[in-house]
Write a protein that binds this ligand. Sequence first.
Ligand code: ADQ
Length: 744
Amino acid sequence: MQTALRYALPIVFGLALFTLGSYLVVSTTSRSWFEDDVRRRAELAIRGAGDALSQSWARGDRVSVRRVLDDITRDERILAAAACAPDGSVFAQTADFPRSLPCSRFVARSLGNGQARAWNRAERVDGASVYLSALPVLSPGSVPLGAVGLIHDMSYAEERDALTRRAALGLFGVLAVSAIVLSTASARGSLRRFRNDLRNLVRGERSRGEFQPLLQDVRDLAAQLSPVNRAEETGRAWNPERLREVLHEHLQGEKVVIVANREPYIHDRDEHGALRVLHPASGLVTALEPVMRACSGVWVAHGSGPADRETSDKQGRIRVPPKEESYTLRRVWLTAEEEQGYYYGFSNEGLWPLCHMAHARPTFRDEDFAHYKRVNERFAEAVVSEVDRQDPIILVQDYHFALAPRLIRERLPRATILTFWHIPWPNPEQFGICPFREEVLQGLLGSSIVGFHVQAHCNNFVDSVDRYLEARIDRERIGIIHSGETTLVRPYPISIEWPNHWAQESPPAAACRKEVFAELGLKADALLGVGVDRLDYTKGIEERLLAVEQLLARFPQFQGRFTFVQLAAPSRTAIERYQQLNLNVESLAKRINERFGSADYRPVILQRQHHEPPRVFRYLRAADLCYVSSLHDGMNLVAKEFVAARDDERGVLVLSQFTGAARELTEALVVNPYDLKQASRALAAALTMRPQEQTERMRALRSLVSEFNVYRWAGRMLADAARLRQRDRLSQRLGGLASVEGAA
Ligand code: ADQ
């Protein structure tokens, strides 16, 4: 034993020195990288503001300079900015610029001694680790106008340093224990072998088995340190890994809780009594499920499947996705009356038609709203029972839960609540007809951030708050200050996963075409159009079929050749308007088939049932065109799914201008679905489009959807949440500053 210690002690001592040395090198190097990065950001920010800043400053336009400073602080690492006049007074500053840092300091450093130069320094301000920069700003005639002072957040550098320290300590522990064990072994007669092995290890040559754990630790340490600065790389594609990085690095790996009415997996029994899992036809589920698989956490939803109870535990929990369990689905059980009032009543007979311009009259009933409130409370309670900290991140989804953000905030005041409204928001006049408008708005303002697909919906929401509540609107930063709390309002255009696993798992496009043509009994030279929707009046299915009728009437060359297949998932069938729509669509299809069909030709094929995604994708891959004719749609993911499905770069998307998607997918043939002449012309153009043009358009569309995918949607929202939390914490630490307000 003594011999062993004689060998072990110097080794352990050596290892301690080695680990300390490595820690100092890694820590100093990464600190200097951070500081370089910060300096570069400061220069880029000021250079980027360029003429706009100097010209506004030279004009004495404080409002414009303030706007430029606000833009600069959109960089998630720049916390506050001030434009400081040469006499040391403040010319303009962002709301959260700390009073403890006088402008005169920045001016003295960057404009002192008659010189204009950049100055940077790491400091602690009121206990917070920050980095200060001062950069001179010159007028177009090179006269110094003053200096811009920037405060950068350095808390992440500290966190990284603490991680490095922990990793180094851990490594030292493992190395020390291993050294003792190995030296005991070496003392038993294998000294020479031990030396050789150690030499090999140091040289990086292949080592023997006993060193494998040490090497693994070294690799782990390297892996732990490697993400430094990675998340900040620009131009990186958004994917599950990057989304996880945002969550782990910026939000310390907190789990995410999603609240949504629809569950991602519905359990059911088939006609033989066998258990099966269905994927609901829902844009929300399509978008959020891949996000949840990437992030993990809990999805709280209404348990609506006939076999849901028997597949869940006592609390209504089940791990999903089936066979690849990575997150928890927490089912909330509703009575038939609750479902009627909350879901069919207030949500779908009230808010849905209220928010869509599709000429359906909203119906508001007191008893529906009472159920809506009660169900929102039940979901808020379910959320509280699922979180494991006081400041969780909660993603509230859609118009079923307008009251939930406030109810959650009352129970968890420090929660970060991101609410995403998946449908349009109407203008204030239209919204004003809702008898419960104030409660709905107050409920939503319990959120830290409210997101919509497009800026126009954000503006409508802000205008509605302005019209109906006592609130202060910060139009520059698009924030609403209500009862002392701030809610940011931001556009986050939703998308789909990319690469899309349904598309990847489908047979090649040519095989899909063959299969679908055989299934529909089409001739090899037939032309196929496809529509995929929930059977909902906002999707413009009647207008779509009318456009097909016009196409066949105005362009007879397509008679006998063109078939339009509509996959329509029955939806909200308990509501009369939907029953009416079902009948209308059926009689329209019948009329067109009678007018243009023959014994072996049906121009319109209606498939009114739920289709599982593999089948939807087979149809999307088989078609010559996809027509999305929504009368009003927040985004419309079918349009993006069609693009994802076409890895053969063929097929034409005809897209309604009233979808959120039309703002992004400009290479589609964009139409007004009410204008049947225009729409039928677009269908004809799609059917006669040269393959080369199809490819060019499809390639452009695919490049766009691949970049602006759902991971980016979620990542940007989570990054904003992280920034909000960071600023909130910093504001608290800096003391006396407007807390959440400053984060806006
Ligand atoms: P939805 O109104 O449900 O979504 P959408 O975005 O088009 O509309 O998504 C529908 C989803 O259901 C797609 O994934 C589609 O493949 C699937 N689907 C449609 N018909 C189907 C069928 N017959 N069988 C099986 N699956 C079918 C709401 C808003 C949209 C917004 C999304 C996401 O109304 O504007 O884009 O949320 O925010």
